[in-house]
Every structure is written in C-alpha cells, then in structure tokens.
Design a protein around this ligand. Structure first.
Ligand code: COA
Length: 418
C-alpha cells in the first residue's frame, strides 16, 4: 500500500471552504449530512477554531472547538468544546487526530482555557489524550403506565406551548440560572439556542414528530421548560407513541416534578425516554417504582485538564487543607510532576493556591491527569479511583483528606450536546 508521500497540513477554512472542510464527517460517521445541516453548523461553528487536515488539496480530516464557559464547583472556567472530529478511513491511524488535538490544545492554551471537554463517539479514542470522565449521564426508557409519582406536588402553575421566537426569549434565562449552579454545564450562544436546541428542521426529526417547546408558568413567572418530540406508534391494541425528552430545566423541585408529571400525562403515548440527565436522576426519588424508569448510567462529557494550576485554582474546595499530588501527563507534559494544592480557610471558595511542590514534599496521591479529570467536577471521588486501581494513596489518610477537600454539593451534569 502506498505510503502517504507528503505531510498533512492543518489550517482553518474560509467561509466559502467550510462545506468542503466538514465533508470528512459524513464518511467518517457513515451518515448523510445534508446541505441544510452544514448550513446550520456554519451558524454555530467558529471558523478560527475549526481546522481541516489537508493531504495536498484534499481535506482528509477535521475538528473544531466551541468557546464555552464551563461551570465548576464554586466557579467557572473557559473551556474548549471539542467537536466535529473525523478522519477519512483512507487516512486513519496515521496520527492525524493526534496532530489536530495538539493544535486544538495549543489554541486553548493561547486563549487561556484551562480545560477541554467533549462528547465521545468512543471513549477509548480520547483517554489516551488525557481525557477523563468529567460528568456521568443517565438515560431512561420508561413504560408510561408503570410510572406514579410518590408525593403530590404543590400547584406549580400551567404549561404553555411556545413558538420558536418566544422560546428563544424565555428559555435561556431559566437555563442560565441552572447552568451557574450545575458543575459540568456550559454556556449556550444565541445561535445554539435558535438553530439547534429549539430549531425543528425536517432533517433533525429522524422519523419523529414536531419538536415541542413548553414553558411552565406560575402567575406569569417562568419556572421551567421542556423540549421534547413524540413519535407516533400504533399496534392492534391502540396507541403506543414514544416521547423523547431532550431537556427538562426547572428552577425548583416542585416545577421539576410538575413538568415530568405533565410529560408522563401526554395522550397516546406508551413510553417516555430521556437523555443526558443527571446522575442520580431526580425522577428516581419522585416515582414509586424507580426501577421501572429503565435507567442506564453511562459516561457523559469527557474532560481534559490542559492547564493544571489554572484549572485547579478556578474551583472551590472544602478547606482548609493541603494536598501534594504526583501527576503523569504524557500528552501535555507541562502538567507532569509534583504539585501542591493549598486551600487556606474554611470553605476557601476559589482562593486555592496551586504551585510546584517543594522537592522535600512527599506526594499524598499518585495519579494521571485523566484521573484528576474524573474528580475535577465531582463525578467521582478519589476513593472510587483507588478502588479501580487508578490512583495510589502514598500517605495513609491522604485519600480521605483529598476527598473531603474535593467534595461537592451538586452532582455534575451536562445537558448540552455539541
Ligand atoms: C476517531 C478518529 C478521528 C481517529 O483519527 P485517527 O487520525 O485515526 O487517530 P490517530 O491516528 O491520531 O490516533 C491517535 C491514537 O488514538 C488511537 N485511536 C484512534 N481512534 C481510536 C478508536 N476508535 N479506538 C481506540 N483507539 C483509537 C490510535 O490507535 C492512536 O494511538 P497511538 O497514538 O497510541 O498510536 C477516526 O478514526 C474517525 O474519524 N472515526 C470515526 C468518527 C469518530 O468516531 N469521530 C470521533 C467523534 S467524537
């Protein structure tokens, strides 16, 4: 087989070149990407953060990054949201993704984004680049007839179905209030709201019915919203439609239950499915038969710490405390070595100091950068990583102290696909 004779060059497309630069995706993913879908991507993708891998004149791979603010415990950080990654089968396993990832991380560093996040088609691809499981997600597939709510909810207002323009006005402030207190959640641009989350083009439907945008209001005050679709299905016994819930966002517990009760009450449906929910999912504590939700727990967004001191100093800890970690980081060697995290006062919120540890300081924990990603937002504890054989406690008692320092109130979760 002929070797690749010339080197692969990475560069960003011009506006006119964009569709040619994303073309590898339809072959890499084995699905038709319509012109309308490409036009949509063009509205959200940032050209200077998008690259094609060129073999001569041919675009053989591509990848990009969105500019996000990512909520972390007690604060937020700039994050590169890696997206649209694909390499043609003719060019796979020659290091093109490695080259693109190097470029994307270098750009994130220039832009002072301490972390990168992504949704993985296959997690094995990214673990070798130092990504760890930053959030977990629950999915469920519930038989409607089996679901009863255990406790009645106080009156939470009425649900109203909105058109696109009103939803673009009313939904984002609700989301933004929740985003700020949910580690793992990201900011959403207006273009993402209008052209992706709330949009309902034919090519987005995949055999489902129209996207429904419904707002829960109490005395004119918005308390939450739901975005869902229904797929109509019938058999000889009657209707058994499927509701797929893309998102439920509610400002308080009563509103959350009211929205779920409303969804489970929709006519002509047999089952309700949900994706990208938090783990654990609040529904598990709301219904009488949680097993009947048919919940599965999987990895959510993967997270890569690119700038260790900046990332660690951006989140809050339950101080006071000190932790010395010995880190390996093959892909971003500037993070490797021994670091000291010092959290001064009680609940030292955001004021942690991260510095190279003095040579006399013995490490408390020995771990890889991908393991730190797993505890960074609170998806896992160091104890989980020790149990899985991924982290070594080198000073007795260090594990419990580290977990106390990193403990968080709210489980991390990300409802935004990108
Ligand atoms: C995943 C994909 C982008 C990898 O591109 P690539 O150019 O072949 O990757 P590279 O050659 O740079 O591989 C880098 C490393 O990751 C490994 N790797 C790449 N894809 C992998 C996969 N699917 N599973 C396990 N390991 C993988 C390679 O073996 C290589 O390891 P090494 O450095 O130890 O040799 C490409 O196979 C593809 O387009 N797949 C289909 C679309 C897809 O899944 N995209 C990702 C969307 S999130």
């Amino acid at each position: 087989m002929a070797q690749m004779s010339h080197e692969i060059v990475l560069r960003s497309p011009t506006d006119a070149e964009f569709s040619r630069f994303v073309a590898p995706l339809s072959i890499a993913f084995g699905e038709e990407v319509s012109d309308a879908a490409i036009e949509n991507d063009r509205r959200t993708i940032e050209l200077d953060r998008f690259i094609g891998a060129l073999d001569g004149d041919s675009v053989v791979g591509c990848a990009g990054a969105y500019t996000f603010r990512l909520t972390v415990p007690g604060g937020e950080v700039g994050a590169a949201g890696i997206t649209a990654v694909g390499v043609l089968p003719s060019h796979r396993r020659r290091g093109i993704l490695r080259q693109m990832m190097t470029w994307l991380f270098a750009q994130a560093r220039e832009r002072q984004e301490p972390v990168a996040i992504l949704w993985a088609s296959e997690a094995a691809i990214y673990q070798r680049f130092g990504y760890g499981p930053g959030t977990l997600q629950t999915q469920f597939d519930a038989v409607k007839d089996k679901i009863r709510f255990a406790r009645p909810v106080e009156s939470a207002g009425r649900v109203r179905i909105l058109g696109l323009d009103e939803a673009v006005e009313r939904f984002p402030p609700i989301y933004e209030a929740i985003r700020r207190s949910t580690p793992g959640a990201v900011t959403r641009s207006e273009a993402r709201w209008r052209w992706e989350l709330l949009a309902d083009a034919e090519w987005m439907r995949h055999g489902n019915g129209a996207k429904v945008l419904a707002l829960l209001e109490d005395d004119g005050h918005a308390r939450g919203y739901v975005i869902y679709r229904t797929r109509s299905e019938w058999d000889s016994l009657g209707p058994k439609g499927v509701v797929t819930v893309m998102e439920v966002s509610a400002l308080d517990a009563a509103a959350e239950q009211a929205l779920w009760e409303w969804i489970f009450g929709i006519d002509l449906i047999g089952s309700v499915r949900g994706w990208r929910g938090p783990a654990p999912h609040p529904l598990q504590l709301m219904v009488t038969e949680p097993r009947r939700l048919g919940t599965t727990l999987t990895d959510g967004t993967w997270l890569r710490i690119i700038d260790l001191p900046a990332a660690l100093a951006s989140r809050a800890y339950r101080g006071p405390g000190n932790l010395v970690i010995e880190l390996t980081d093959e892909f971003c060697p500037w993070n490797a070595g021994r670091w000291q995290l010092s959290v001064p006062g009680k609940d030292g919120g955001g004021s942690a100091v991260v510095a190279r540890a003095p040579s006399t300081a013995e490490p408390d924990l020995v771990l890889d950068i991908s393991d730190l990603a797993a505890v960074y937002l609170g998806a896992f504890r160091f104890a989980d990583l020790v149990r899985a054989g991924r982290v070594r406690e080198s000073r007795p008692g260090a594990l419990a102290a580290a977990d106390a320092l990193f403990s968080t109130v709210r489980a991390p979760s990300n409802a935004t696909m990108f």
